[in-house]
Structure formats: C-alpha cells, structure tokens
Design a protein around this ligand. Sequence first.
Ligand SMILES: [Fe+2]
Ligand SMILES: [Fe+2]
Length: 133
Amino acid sequence: MIIWDDSFSTGIEIIDQQHKYLFSLSRKLEILLETPIGVDKKEDAIMLLCDFRNFVTFHFYFEENYLKDLNSSDFYEHTNEHTLFINKLTDIDITNFSNEDYNELKTFLNTLYGYILTHIKERDTKLKMLIYN
Ligand SMILES: [Fe+2]
Ligand SMILES: [Fe+2]
C-alpha cells in the first residue's frame, strides 16, 4: 500500500486530486487481490480494470494538455511513459478472469507501484518547476 503525501505533490491541485484517485484505485485493486479465490470477484475485477483504463486515459490526456501549455521540455519522454503504461493496461486479457486467473492484475499492481514511485514522484512533480518558473 502506498499512501499519498506531499512528496507526490505536483503543485497543481487538480492533478494532485487525480493522483489521489489513482491511489484509491490501487487500494481497491489490493483489496480485490486479497479476496480469497473461490469468492466470485470476476465482475468486480472487470469493473475495476475498466475504471483504471478509463480514468488513466483521461488523466494522461489532461496532464499532457498541461505539459503542452507549459512548454515542457520533457513532453516527449513524459508522454512516452504514459503510452507504455496505457499499453500495460490494455494488454491485460480480461477473459482469463473467468478462470479465476488474476495473475495479470497482480503484475499490473506491481507496475502501478513502480509507476507511482517513479513516474508520479519523479516526472509528474517536475510540473512544479514549470509553474513556478
Ligand atoms: Fe500523472
Ligand atoms: Fe505523467
């Protein structure tokens, strides 16, 4: 579990709110994966994955508009990391959920931890420098 603190702040309130929502989705995913096998969680898993796909797509578009408006010098590298992350989400094969196979979701959770700790903490927080310069 990763808890939001000020070290994740980008200095842009609306983007921080979106990141906090991503943290709450990651908590939901942890809880889903902790639910014992045998409890039917297929529908919840599908809905949660769709929430991730939908929200992350929206968030990236939103953030990329900011990067463009602020003339960010790392626009290309930044958006490239977004694309790689979206690809991880779209590659997950939902049909495996019907066999209670959630391995790809477990892998995705680890990707998400890495994304939060590197992308949000090290790249998104650079927005702070752009708005205060
Ligand atoms: Fe972000
Ligand atoms: Fe980003």
